[in-house]
Design a protein around this ligand. Sequence first.
Ligand code: IPM
Ligand code: MG
Length: 359
Amino acid sequence: MKAQIAVLPGDGIGVEVVAWGERVLQHVATARGHTFTTASGNIGGNAIDSSGTPLPDTTLALCKQADAILLGAVGGPKWDVGPPEARPEFGLLRLRKELRLYANLRPVKLFAALVDSSPLKREIVEGTDLLVLRELTGGLYFGRPRGRSTNKQGIRVKDTLTYTSGEMERIIRLGFDLARQRRKQLASVDKANVLASSGLWREIAEQVAQDYPDVTVEHILVDACAMHLINDPGRFDVMVTENMFGDILSDEASVLAGSLGMLPSASLGRGRRGLYEPVHGTAPDIVGQDKANPLGAILSVSMLLRHSLGLEAEAAAVEDAVAGTLAAGYRTPDLTRGGPGERAVGTQEMGEAVLERIG
Ligand code: IPM
Ligand code: MG
């Protein structure tokens, strides 16, 4: 098949890991007779430096023409000044919003070879295989009014949490649909004992549940969920939640997979076009040192092949190559625990080992 892929490396280690994602894409294209045309664009801090805005119009246009977008990460200490709208992160938030990518899929699967990479006990993490489904275009991230005002009492700040019933229903419904394709268990996460928004969320989740009698649904408060996630992750299959809760819980859940560097994500809307990015950030402390784990980006490519291009066999081949590489002992610094059979490697060696294993 032919596909157009927009590549947005972003900042910091985003550049290093996306380079490997792109190599994996091209390797798959050659091996399986596809043509993937890539074109890169600036986003985040580098875009602020080159064009004064974290999401230049040219980048947005490139993404709108593409079948899928592969992104690294945005941000860094250099740009940690000024209002949120002027920062690198805003470029990413605006891109998600402009492309109406409301559903963020963050699978957290512990590869068998990494059971000892997690700081949690083997008997707790073994077999972890869950999906955090995070609403991505509403809630505190985008609500108005927001900002600061000053009066005699001092500075007053405001963030607004807004959702419509329609926005809640479409993500909750997707949660049920995805649960149906997996182990048929859905945890709907809210704070219904405190927040008005969560009260509506729970009502809608209960209504939608009527249409899915084959899926077991559990309503769980976000604080309890945070605890159960590291106590008993095996109880979770699909977890659906609003934007901010999902942001926090997905970083927490990454510990189960051995490292934040392992987690991929897909952000989807109504059509097939999606945005694929590792969950990790720009890691300014290790930039340029060949230390970044490229597997989050490579597994994001696997999600891209599956969800935007419908290439299931290719997606599985990439995942198998990652599993094989880990089984052979390859470990970037975030994964090394000094165990027997571990082979400490850098970004390059890890990337090459995966490439070699893709059939
Ligand atoms: C994420 C990140 C982003 C978010 C930041 C970089 C804006 O933390 O993708 O989880 O909060 O959504
Ligand atoms: Mg986050």
